[in-house]
Ligand binder design. Structure first.
Ligand SMILES: [Zn+2]
Length: 328
């Protein structure tokens, strides 16, 4: 079992993904393509190989997923726009310093049209509602520098919806009264952080309760699960760990055991990281494994921003240094 991060294998694995267009799994994942590029690109930046994907082709691909009429982005060329892929596209362009390649005003317009009267956001025009989409909306606006300047968007309404998703066990769910889940905790805490209202929204007792719920996700094998009674999974190294970082409780995790667990899920032959040991690696678990290791201070990795899941030097440059603090 590998006891170190196999950086050059992971870089080669990510570079190889786009060359497999003739394989069935390439087409089966076309509904994830733009997010896949974001996962791969972010992995490469954190692995300190920021130029391993060609910049101009990356920009061209993002633009091919953009719908100039609505301002949203779809997963692949020809796919309908969705808030998830709109965020992925903006994250990609922000990371490679190319935000001026698409019309930010139109993207803001797309996002604003998806907000509902109760403050929540729908993922697309078909209307599915999930607290994840509040995060996607606020993160997109924030990366565009438009958080306090988005006509038709009520950040106060969005914050109100997120706070209604808070449960008595300390966690957050996808909607009010829905079961707590680590993925939704990441998005809800992240949304409150982006809006600049986390500290005044939760009491110290509530933060401690949330920290307890999160650190109980670590299993005896070192891995983390997403909710009680579930199996460990590398992606929760990100959802759980980033939430703990955001609330200042990262030290509550057994670092050594989690590092060992993530490293054990690497594909030692072909690169990439799987959800758990012995499974097939994919780019989704690769980025969240690498980002988790970055949060744990693993040597040789670039620092990741726990709020945005992007390289910290990028978000420092475009968000934190210029953000408009909301006055809610
Ligand atoms: Zn997973």
């Amino acid at each position: 079992m590998a006891s170190t991060l196999l950086t050059s294998k992971h870089v080669a694995y990510i570079q190889s993904l786009d060359t497999k267009r003739d394989r069935l799994d390439y087409h089966l994942t076309s509904h994830l393509r733009l997010s896949g590029v974001y996962w791969g690109l972010t992995s490469l930046h954190l692995l300190n190989h920021p130029t391993a994907l060609p910049r101009s082709e990356t920009i061209d691909f993002v633009k091919s997923c953009y719908h100039p009429s609505s301002g949203g982005l779809g997963a692949s060329p020809g796919h309908d726009p969705h808030l998830l892929y709109t965020l992925s596209g903006i994250q990609i362009l922000a990371t490679i310093d190319a935000l001026d390649e698409i019309d930010g005003d139109k993207v803001v317009e797309y996002v604003s049209k998806l907000q509902n009267p109760d403050g929540s956001f729908s993922g697309d025009e078909w209307g599915e509602v999930d607290s994840r989409f509040v995060y996607c909306a606020l993160s997109t606006l924030s990366l565009l520098g438009r958080l306090g300047d988005a006509p038709g968007v009520s950040a106060e309404g969005a914050v109100g919806f997120v706070l209604r998703c808070l449960n008595a066990d300390g966690g957050f769910g996808m909607a009010p009264a829905a079961e707590s889940h680590a993925g939704q905790i990441f998005t809800c805490v992240g949304a409150l952080k982006i809006a600049g209202v986390f500290e005044k929204s939760l009491s110290e007792d509530q933060v401690n309760l949330l920290g307890d719920w999160l650190c109980e996700r670590q299993l005896p094998n070192g891995g983390l699960n997403g909710r009680p009674e579930k199996l460990e999974d590398v992606c929760y190294s990100w959802w759980v760990l980033s939430s703990m970082a955001m609330i200042g409780k990262l030290q509550w995790i057994d670092r050594e055991k989690l590092v060992e667990f993530i490293l054990s899920c690497q594909d030692e032959e072909n690169g990439g990281i799987a959800d758990r040991k012995g499974d097939v690696a994919d780019v989704f678990h690769t980025v969240f494994g690498v980002a988790g290791l970055s949060l744990l201070g693993y040597e040789g990795l670039k620092e990741v921003d726990p709020v945005y899941c992007m390289p910290k030097d990028v978000t420092d440059r475009i968000v934190w240094n210029h953000r408009k603090i909301l006055t809610t």
